[in-house]
Design a protein around this ligand. Structure first.
Ligand code: ADP
Ligand code: MG
Length: 255
């Protein structure tokens, strides 16, 4: 079976010292699905995403991404990390878009999009440039190729960041509050790009406070609080008719 674009996590646990940030998360995404994660600040959403792409290592649990064991693998007696080489290879197949864009400030928009394929995948420059141009066009930024991040609006920077993630041709894209740092009038242009990606069948995990986007685009919605998944289900159902009191209270605060 082709497991490209799938995630299966079982009993995922992660602590920082005595702070148990993920306390047994079960998490599953099928190829082409959009999963949105909501929840209060500090509930472990970013940590979960960072574990999904190996930026953090799990303490316990079983995690398979794209059909391959990723990070730590449960074993009767111990937890085993993957070799650095396998981890690095798997990581290229999972893109991440951050709240703060994280573009390289000293590179133009075009170079930001090219740098991954050239440096990590050893792609030929001419080919990488052509692909990067096509991706910038796709996010509506052909006119910004030569500009540096500081010359771009937040919404434009985030669209460059999405193009940069796509340049690695990932099978899964993770978004960590991609519109939270934007001026309200710039949110729509980034959500439009994400909608296009969703429509094109990209597997996406999106931590967001944009409930309208979640309602419209997500196949699944998870509400996390205090390191556990309190409630999950069809996005419209969870948002309009939450079953758990903690979900109800959260939604009353944010909606
Ligand atoms: P959320 O994204 O839902 O706001 P986070 O995953 O960022 O939550 O954080 C959950 C908890 O983990 C917080 O208490 C935070 O302080 C802690 N935490 C996150 N990353 C680290 C880290 N690298 N070192 C220590 N504590 C961390
Ligand atoms: Mg966060």
């Amino acid at each position: 079976m082709n497991a490209e674009g799938t995630i299966v996590g079982r009993k995922l646990c992660k602590s920082f010292g005595s702070n148990h940030v993920l306390r047994g998360i079960d998490f599953e995404v099928e190829a082409g699905e959009i999963s949105c994660i909501i929840g209060p600040s500090g509930s472990g959403k970013s940590t979960l995403l960072r574990c999904l792409n190996g930026l953090e290592t799990l303490d316990r649990g079983v995690l398979k991404v794209n059909g391959e064991h990723f990070g730590y693998v449960e074993h009767p007696h111990a937890f085993h990390a993957l070799s650095a080489r396998r981890l690095a290879r798997q990581r290229t197949r999972i893109g991440m878009v951050f709240q703060q864009f994280n573009l390289f400030p000293n590179l133009t928009a075009l170079d930001n999009v090219m740098v991954g394929p050239v440096q990590v995948k050893k792609a030929a420059r001419a080919q990488a440039r052509e692909h990067a141009r096509a991706l910038l066009a796709k996010v509506g930024l052909s006119q910004c190729e030569k500009q540096y991040p500081a010359q771009l609006s937040g919404g434009q920077q985030q669209r460059v960041a999405i193009a940069r993630a796509l340049a690695m041709e990932p099978s899964i894209l993770l978004f960590d509050e991609p519109t939270s740092a934007l001026d309200p009038e710039k949110v729509g242009e980034v959500l439009d790009v994400m909608r296009d990606l969703a429509g094109a069948g990209m597997t996406m995990v999106v931590v967001t406070h944009e409930m309208g986007f979640a309602r419209e685009v997500a196949n699944n919605l998870l509400f996390m609080d205090d390191g556990i998944v309190v409630e999950r289900g069809d996005a419209r159902a969870v948002l309009s008719d939450p079953r758990e009191r903690r979900t109800q209270e959260f939604l009353e605060r944010v909606l």
